[in-house]
Design a protein around this ligand. Structure first.
Ligand code: CP
Ligand code: NVA
Length: 324
C-alpha cells in the first residue's frame, strides 16, 4: 500500500479510545447491534474472516481478554493475545515507542485492542497507526465495559432512557466511562464518592457539558444515602484499581461507608433497583455478599454482555458495518 493511500485510510479509521469517540446515535447503534449479535450469533460467524487483531495486555484481565478473544474467534477473526512483559512480551515493554509499535502493527493486523495504564498509549497508537484502536481499559477510561452495561440495563429495565444510575465508590476509570455514557444513552448518572476521590475534573466537566446538551443529569454527591434515592441501578467497582496497590490501605479506609449493602439498596425507595458491578468483586468491601449474590444482582449477565457488545464493536470498526 502506498504511503498516500495509507494516510487516507488512517484519516478514515474509527477508534474507541473513549466514549468521546461515539455520538449518542452511535452509542445506541452499538447496543442495538450487540442485541442483534446476541440473538443471532450464527449470522456473523464469517463476518471478520481473514482478519487479525492484536490484543495488548499490560494489566491483568479475565472478562475483557476472554470475551474479546472468544468474540473475535466467533466472528471468524484471528485474535493475537500479546503482553508487554516476559519472554513472549512485546518490545514495547522494553521501550520501543508507541508510534513505532503502531506503525508496525498496522502492517500486520486489522485492529488493535489495548489494556494499559496511560491513556496516552491508546491515543498514540490511534494517532500513529492506520487501523482501529480499542481501549480495553486504561487508568482513565473503560469504554467497552460501559457499552456492555448499556445492553444489560436495556435488557433488565427495558430501556436506558430516563433511568437513574448511581455509581458508588471511587471516581475511577469505570465511573468516568459511566459518566460519559449517561448523556449518550439518555440516563441520569450520579457518582456517590468521598470528596477526596471525586472523578477527574476534566472528564466531569465534559460529562456535565454533554449531559446539559442531552438533557440528562450528571452529579457528584458525597452523601451516599442521598445519592441513591430513586436509583434504578446501583453500580460499584473495586476500591483498589490495578496500579493502585500501594494505596490499598488508605483507599479502603477512605471508602469504608460506601459499601453497597441491602440497607443501601432499600434506600433507593424502589422495588426494582438492580445491582451492577464490572467485576472482579470484593465481597465485604465495595459490596456485601448478600447484595452481590442476591436476587437484584445482574453481575453475571453483565459479564456475559461484554462478549456481545465487543462483537458489535468489532463489526462496526473492522467490518465496516453501518454506524447508522
Ligand atoms: N470488568 C473487567 O474489565 O474485567 P477484567 O479485568 O477481568 O477484564
Ligand atoms: N477500576 C478497575 C476496573 C477493573 C475492571 C481497575 O482499573 O482495576
Amino acid at each position: 500500500m502506498s504511503a498516500g493511500i495509507r494516510r487516507i485510510f488512517a484519516a478514515m479509521t474509527r477508534h474507541l479510545r473513549s466514549l468521546l469517540d461515539l455520538t449518542p446515535a452511535e452509542t445506541h447503534r452499538v447496543v442495538d447491534l450487540a442485541a442483534e449479535v446476541k440473538a443471532s450469533p450464527g449470522a456473523y460467524t464469517k463476518a471478520l474472516e481473514g482478519k487479525s487483531v492484536a490484543m495488548i495486555f499490560s494489566k491483568q484481565s479475565t472478562r475483557t481478554r476472554i470475551s474479546f478473544e472468544v468474540g473475535l474467534h466467533q466472528l471468524g477473526a484471528q485474535p493475537l493475545v500479546l503482553s508487554t512483559s516476559g519472554g513472549t512480551g512485546m518490545q514495547m515493554g522494553r521501550g520501543e515507542t508507541v508510534a513505532d509499535t503502531a506503525k508496525v502493527l498496522s502492517r500486520f493486523v486489522h485492529g488493535i485492542v489495548i489494556r494499559t495504564f496511560g491513556q496516552d498509549e491508546v491515543d498514540g497508537l490511534a494517532e500513529h497507526g492506520s487501523v482501529p484502536v480499542v481501549n480495553a481499559l486504561t487508568d482513565l477510561y473503560h469504554p467497552c465495559q460501559a457499552l456492555a452495561d448499556l445492553l444489560t440495563i436495556r435488557e433488565q429495565l427495558g430501556s436506558t432512557k430516563g433511568k437513574k444510575l448511581v455509581y458508588v465508590g471511587a471516581g475511577n476509570n469505570v465511573a468516568h466511562s459511566l459518566l460519559l455514557c449517561g448523556p449518550r444513552s439518555g440516563m441520569d448518572v450520579v457518582v456517590a464518592c468521598p470528596e477526596s476521590l471525586r472523578p477527574n475534573a476534566t472528564v466531569l466537566d465534559r460529562a456535565r457539558a454533554d449531559a446539559a446538551a442531552a438533557g440528562t443529569r450528571c452529579a457528584v454527591i458525597t452523601d451516599v444515602h442521598e445519592a441513591v434515592k430513586d436509583a434504578d441501578v446501583i453500580y460499584t467497582d473495586t476500591w483498589v484499581s490495578m496500579g493502585e496497590e500501594e494505596e490499598a490501605k488508605s483507599l479502603i479506609k477512605i471508602l469504608s461507608g460506601y459499601t453497597v449493602t441491602e440497607e443501601l439498596m432499600a434506600a433507593t425507595g424502589k422495588a426494582g433497583t438492580i445491582f451492577m458491578h464490572c467485576l472482579p468483586a470484593h465481597r465485604g468491601e465495595e459490596v456485601s455478599a448478600e447484595v452481590m449474590d442476591g436476587p437484584r444482582s445482574v453481575v453475571f449477565d453483565e459479564a456475559e454482555n461484554r462478549l456481545h457488545a465487543q462483537k458489535a464493536l468489532m463489526l462496526l470498526l473492522l467490518e465496516g458495518a453501518s454506524w447508522t
